[in-house]
Design a protein around this ligand. Structure first.
Ligand SMILES: CC(=O)SCCNC(=O)CCNC(=O)[C@H](O)C(C)(C)COP(=O)(O)OP(=O)(O)OC[C@H]1O[C@@H](n2cnc3c(N)ncnc32)[C@H](O)[C@@H]1OP(=O)(O)O
Ligand SMILES: O=C([O-])CC(=O)C(=O)O
Length: 377
């Protein structure tokens, strides 16, 4: 063994600069391009935040109108994607369906065939917009077909969030639900060099294409230590059942050395900056749906976890039950995260290309010393 320090999990390692977002665990804050995320959630549509992440500034009214027109024109599910989704088993996890659909979209893009087409900024902006517009159709249709329901065509008189809910449920959402969904999309959109975004940057650093980078990022997001935790939170709630059982359940789970989904974070050690905003949204949904039982269970597990481990909730903890109360199936929660985070991923892909360096760390070899291949019989 050499003296070279090993940074397992790259914990604490700064690998590059970024101008897209700033996660500050000391002040418990998160800025997108300088703006506090809770202020963006209070005042902006998700479309405006997507524009901000991609272009560095909030759109002017004309720029927003142009962007909305383009996004609305790209909403209908590509017929070839529908055929693909219909061919996939309903037993497959929805994240695998989304990953496969995004990968397929890459095969339709002829501009990838020329090497200079892979990295062109204008083309990548167009691809980012295309995925942004198509993902609601993919996620909504996959949930519907699992329920034995037909595709619902998008409405171009609705904003992104209302249309997403329309395509999923076939009815116009209550204003409180639309606003809750819009806030969740904004909060999930971007978080610096998290595992999925870093995956997208690693793929991009080889000068591969944007669809490949997003496909890889979806694979990284699926895991329960990352985006898959929002879905896992509902499984935990199902196991616990009612608020009065939370403390005993937690004691047993910790005795088994289980990780409690929706708690803890690699960067935030004193709480996740996004949780208060998402918890306020959840409280509204609990009121709206008359589901105090779910709110009580949420509070009871949080209190038990705080007093036993002093480990605080991350964004997935309030987002899981919030999506449940909006009517989404549990397995659709992480695909919703994809539909949001595609904005951050694609902003990072474009930033990586602006000053690219192949991402290729070193490893410390701990296998056998050099030896001779024995004579083969
Ligand atoms: C949007 C997002 O992706 S947010 C993250 C979503 N993921 C989850 O909610 C999954 C549950 N949480 C976890 O597994 C972890 O907190 C992670 C993966 C998010 C962060 O992990 P790390 O930064 O590597 O923290 P690490 O695993 O070193 O934890 C430090 C200590 O706290 C404990 N700990 C951290 N999180 C949890 C948890 N959720 N449940 C139980 N114990 C925990 C660890 O066991 C460890 O204890 P030890 O020192 O006695 O071994
Ligand atoms: O930053 C992280 O490691 C995980 C996270 O919260 C996110 O991606 O939103």
């Amino acid at each position: 063994m050499t003296e070279t320090p090993i940074h397992k999990g790259l914990a604490g390692v700064v690998v590059d600069t970024t101008a897209i977002s700033k996660v500050n665990p000391d002040t418990n804050s998160l800025l997108y391009r300088g703006y506090p995320v809770q202020d963006l959630a209070a005042h902006c549509s998700f479309e405006e935040v997507a524009y901000l992440l991609w272009h560095g500034e909030l759109p002017s009214p004309d720029q927003l109108a142009e962007m909305e027109k383009l996004e609305r024109s790209l909403r209908p599910l590509d017929a070839r994607t529908k055929t693909l989704i219909d061919a996939l088993p309903t037993t497959a996890h929805p994240m695998d369906v989304v990953r496969t659909a995004v990968s397929q979209l890459g095969t339709f893009d002829d501009t990838l065939l020329q090497p200079e087409g892979l990295t062109d900024r204008t083309l990548n902006e167009g691809r980012a917009m295309y995925l942004f517009a198509q993902l609601p159709a993919i996620v909504a249709y996959d949930q519907r077909r699992r329920r034995g329901e037909d595709l619902i065509e998008p409405r171009d008189d609705l904003g992104y969030s209302a249309n997403f809910l329309w395509m999923t449920f076939g009815s116009e959402p209550a204003p409180a639900v639309e606003q809750a969904f819009n806030v969740s999309m904004i909060l999930y959109a971007e978080h610096s060099f998290n595992a999925s975004t870093f995956t997208a940057r690693v793929v991009t650093s080889t000068l591969s294409d944007l669809y490949s980078a997003v496909t890889g990022a979806i694979g990284a997001l699926k895991g329960p230590l990352h985006g898959g935790a929002n879905e896992a939170v509902m499984a935990v709630f199902g196991e616990i059942g009612t608020a009065d059982r939370a403390d005993d359940w937690l004691e047993a789970a910790l005795a088994e050395k289980r990780k409690i989904m929706g708690f803890g974070h690699r960067v935030y050690k004193h709480g996740d900056s996004r949780v208060p905003t998402m918890k306020a949204v959840l409280d509204d949904l609990v009121e709206h749906a008359g589901r105090r039982d779910l709110g009580d269970l949420y509070d009871a597990l949080e209190q038990a976890m705080t007093s036993r481990k002093n480990i605080l909730p991350n964004l997935d903890y309030p987002a899981g039950p919030a999506y449940h109360l909006m009517g989404f199936d549990t397995a659709t929660f992480t695909p919703l995260f994809v539909a949001s985070r595609v904005t951050g991923w694609t902003a990072h892909i474009m930033e990586q290309l602006e000053s690219n360096s192949l991402i290729r760390p070193l490893s410390e070899y701990v296998g056998p010393d050099q030896r001779e291949v024995p004579a083969r019989p």
